[in-house]
Design a protein around this ligand. Structure first.
Ligand code: AMP
Length: 570
């Protein structure tokens, strides 16, 4: 099958975003651009009406299919539910759930209503959930009864502006504030006309982690659909009739941009697996669902590499045409293993919450250099630069390390950090956005990831901000101070490691260590809480009192304290 993008360098030179916009419909009568219209209504009103949009694989292996036409009706019902509850344009609707169909319906129904959708990772404990709901000024939260009882109920009285909690799996209302979603949906019409939507209307809010403060909410607008559409076509290489599976959780940006929007706007069938990673289950999904395009992550690939399974011999994977990876470095040995094991190209690509969609990628038609993230997406200008407080100096020398920077102007660039203009402005030098990553560009124009320029931790592909974890640790009665780093780990990329200074009178022993870890797990959830903890007498700090996390990391790894550049190797 010929890739949609056949010659990267030529296409890159001639590309313009307006041509992509012309391939989408826009709201009828020139009323703007709405993500949900392009992803759902456009297909429901055309030849893809009966095509399966979502195929949901339940934990018990049973399957539920939702066609584009069904999806149109159910998302319209949800938009009407929001209308009924008095949700206005720009209000924020949060979801806090695993991969269940309601999450997808809520996301798209919210966009239809021109409210803002914000997903939360279902593994978060009460503290991260509270942080995000309160910072995002949540008006409505959709969740399950189990997560409500376990996590949400205990923070409700700290969330005065959260008006409604909608439970996906109960028929009865618990109170005037906690309502049954099925009950509301049953009474809602399945007809809804999307209001005029200026492309700059806020659509999606994704929380990401910083090093110096609490999570920051990156705000994206409906215009971002152009990036979702174009990357689906040119990077994921969607063709009509494709079956696509993105293994990322919609609690994170990849699971929304590519687990919901990009496949639907391109009219393909999107597989949603409710279950967590399980190698045998995953291979049988690839086989039984006849997956053509598979988007996954290095953490999962590393786990598959360790298993004694020969997928090509044990499973029929003839439908698999393309495999892609994102979120962490995909090292050359993993690229080679994938190519040998699956006999299809494996394409690493790079982007982040703030960019809303894929920015740098390997393309099906471009030779892969194992270990490289590939070349910029047509329509995106990326380069390597030295960054100072006031400006940037572009590095022209091939292979020289510097900051990865992107030129403003592509459709999915975030428009704000919610309520934090200062932090937003700090990310830019003129028209250039400073990504926070260090990288190199070789003489052929391929980009190579080097590391983060800050202390943000990537564990199992998820961003963790050290400050958020440190703030929770210091709530433990025995903890005076805490510092948190990412410690390289062969399985999950980095593990969260904490250094703790105890308050006077507490003995540093294993029981206390376990108690502090358990405390953090309960408050934050296992995805964020430290996996390792060491007691220290004091923390290294700058003169102004800032914790020197990099020094702690160097000591932990036995590296020379003066030269931390070797730490940047992922
Ligand atoms: P997030 O905003 O959670 O999606 O995380 C974005 C960060 O993940 C980037 O800034 C990089 O540090 C890292 N990342 C994403 N994709 C890649 C990749 N292909 N190779 C290396 N690091 C990556």
């Amino acid at each position: 099958m010929m890739p949609n993008l056949q010659d990267h360098d030529t296409f890159y030179r001639t590309f313009n975003w307006q041509k992509e916009r012309d391939k989408l419909a826009g709201l009828p009568n020139g009323k703007g651009l709405n993500i949900a219209f392009e992803a759902v209504e456009r297909h429901a009103g055309g030849p893809l009406n009966d095509t399966v949009a979502l195929r949901w694989l339940r934990k018990d292996k049973s399957v539920e299919e939702v066609t584009y036409s069904d999806l149109q009706k159910r998302t319209s019902q949800f938009a009407n539910v929001l209308e009924h509850l008095g949700v206005a344009k720009g209000n924020t609707v949060f979801s806090f759930a695993g991969r269940i169909p309601e999450l997808y319906i809520v996301a798209l129904g919210t966009l239809k209503k021109t409210a803002v959708f914000c997903p939360l990772f279902s593994v978060f404990g009460p503290e991260p959930v509270w942080q995000r709901l309160s910072r995002g000024n949540a008006k409505v939260l959709v969740t399950t009864t189990a997560l409500f009882n376990k996590t949400v109920q205990q923070i409700l009285d700290r969330l005065p502006s959260l008006q409604y909690i909608l439970l996906t799996d109960t028929e009865t209302n618990l109170s005037e504030r906690v309502l049954s979603l099925p009950g509301l949906m049953k009474n809602a019409s399945d007809q809804f006309t999307i209001p005029p939507t200026d492309p700059e209307t806020p659509a999606l809010l994704h929380f990401t982690s910083g090093t110096t403060g609490m999570p920051k909410g990156a705000l994206h607008v409906h215009q971002a659909i152009l990036t979702h559409y174009a990357t689906g076509k040119y990077v994921l290489d969607f063709h009509p009739g494709d079956i696509f599976w993105c293994t990322a959780d919609p609690g994170w940006v990849t699971g929304t941009s590519y687990g919901i929007i990009a496949p639907l706007v391109n009219g393909v069938t999107n597989i949603v697996d409710e279950e967590e990673f399980d190698a045998a289950r995953w291979y049988s999904i690839l086989e039984k669902q006849k997956v053509n395009v598979w988007y996954t992550a290095p953490t999962a690939i590393r786990r598959l590499m360790r298993m004694d399974i020969r997928p090509r011999e044990q499973y029929d994977l003839k439908n698999l045409r393309l495999m892609l990876s994102v979120g962490e470095p995909l090292h050359a040995d993993a690229v080679v293993w994938c190519q040998k094991t699956f006999e299809v190209p494996v394409l690493d690509n790079w982007w982040q919450t703030e960019t809303g969609g894929i920015m740098i990628a390997n393309f099906a038609s471009l030779p892969v250099k194992p270990g490289s993230m590939g070349k910029p997406l047509p329509g995106v200008e990326a380069t390597i630069a030295e960054v100072s407080e006031t400006g940037i100096q572009i590095i022209t020398e091939a292979g020289k390390q510097g900051n990865l920077v992107l030129k403003k102007g592509f459709p999915s660039m975030f428009r704000a950090y919610l309520n934090d203009e200062e932090r937003y402005n700090k990310c830019f030098r003129g028209d250039w956005y400073i990504t926070g990553d260090l990288a190199k560009k070789d003489a052929d124009g391929y980009f190579w990831f080097v590391g983060r320029a800050d202390d943000i931790i990537k564990t199992s592909g998820h961003m963790v901000g050290p400050f958020e974890v440190e703030s929770t640790l210091t709530q433990h009665p025995a903890v005076a101070e805490a510092a948190v780093i990412g410690k390289p780990d062969p399985n999950i990329g980095e593990l969260v490691k904490a250094f703790v200074v105890l308050k006077n009178g507490n003995a540093a022993n294993d029981d206390l260590k376990l108690d502090i870890i358990a405390f953090a797990r309960k408050k934050m959830g296992p995805a964020v809480a430290p996996k390792e903890l060491s007691f220290v007498e004091n923390l290294p700090k700058t003169k102004s009192g800032k914790i020197l996390r990099r020094l702690l990391k160097a000591r932990e790894l036995g590296l020379p304290e003066g030269d931390l550049s070797t730490l940047e190797q992922g």
